[in-house]
Design a protein around this ligand. Sequence first.
Ligand code: NDP
Length: 295
Amino acid sequence: MTDNAPKNSLTLLGLGDMGTALARTWLAAGHRLTVWNRTAAKAGALAAEGAVVAASPAEAVAANGLVVICLLDDATVGSALDGVVLTGKDLVNLTTGTPAEGRARAAWAEERGARFVDGGIMATPTMIGVPGAGGYVFYSGSRALFDTHRATLEVPAGARFVGEDPGHAALHDVALLSAMYGMFAGISHAYALIEGEDIAPKDLAPLLSEWLGAMGFFVGNAAERLTSRDFTTGVVSNLAMQTAASGTLLRTAEQQGVSAELISPYLDLMRRRLTADPAAHGGEDTAGAITLLKR
Ligand code: NDP
């Protein structure tokens, strides 16, 4: 930091649901916090809790060396900070974006004389400031910035630095969220299958949780196979068998009157891998199908 503000002093731009949750944890921890939000009324309650309310992004940024940004999207970050002097500032951007946006925003910050770290928040606002809730934030970009402000950044949630490429925080964030939506898709399909039957969702729930937990082995197994590029050694449920069995899944969906739209893309991918070369791929683990996805 290049200013004389105390080390536990920072600025926060954005007081949406997430920004407000972040602000509260820093205030509760005794940090001196300056805030700005487009809709000024949202800052009222925080002012009562000790926050200094700035009238503009420029005023907020000028107040501290460390500036945390938690706005809607990358375009909003660009417009809010348009023309604001950033020389010597340490910018931590917790706004969700793509890896490319993270890299472009880092270059943009550097051109303006600021250090930059991008962040990906793996938490909901209710998990912020709740130790043990499991929330954390991925950070990437300037290691020096992260090391300087680590203690402050760890107040609202755990901090995991994933490298100096400013796109990697967003990439980790999106990878985990994408896996989560795939899991939600499978769970949604499972509940749709039992709808109208004499099986209560709450009775299926523990069985689903247990099964998904047991199948979690695929995470590490696929990582090992992608590293070794060996998709055949030690396979216990091969692709030929699984592709044949997938017909049962699709027929069951049809018989239950359930759309297969959430599960058929993955089953199609397995079939595509198999039919490309049944002799070569029939004995593979399903992890081999991952290689078809990269365009
Ligand atoms: P909200 O929709 O609650 O808040 C959006 C914020 O962006 C507000 O401060 C809003 O200001 C501001 N904003 C929107 N448009 C503009 C604009 N044109 N100019 C200036 N400011 C603008 O979102 P959250 O607080 O929940 O999310 C903030 C970031 O955190 C997002 O990138 C989100 O993806 C990320 N995030 C959120 C999570 C969540 O569960 N909520 C989880 C993980 C990440 P105003 O109050 O004036 O509308």
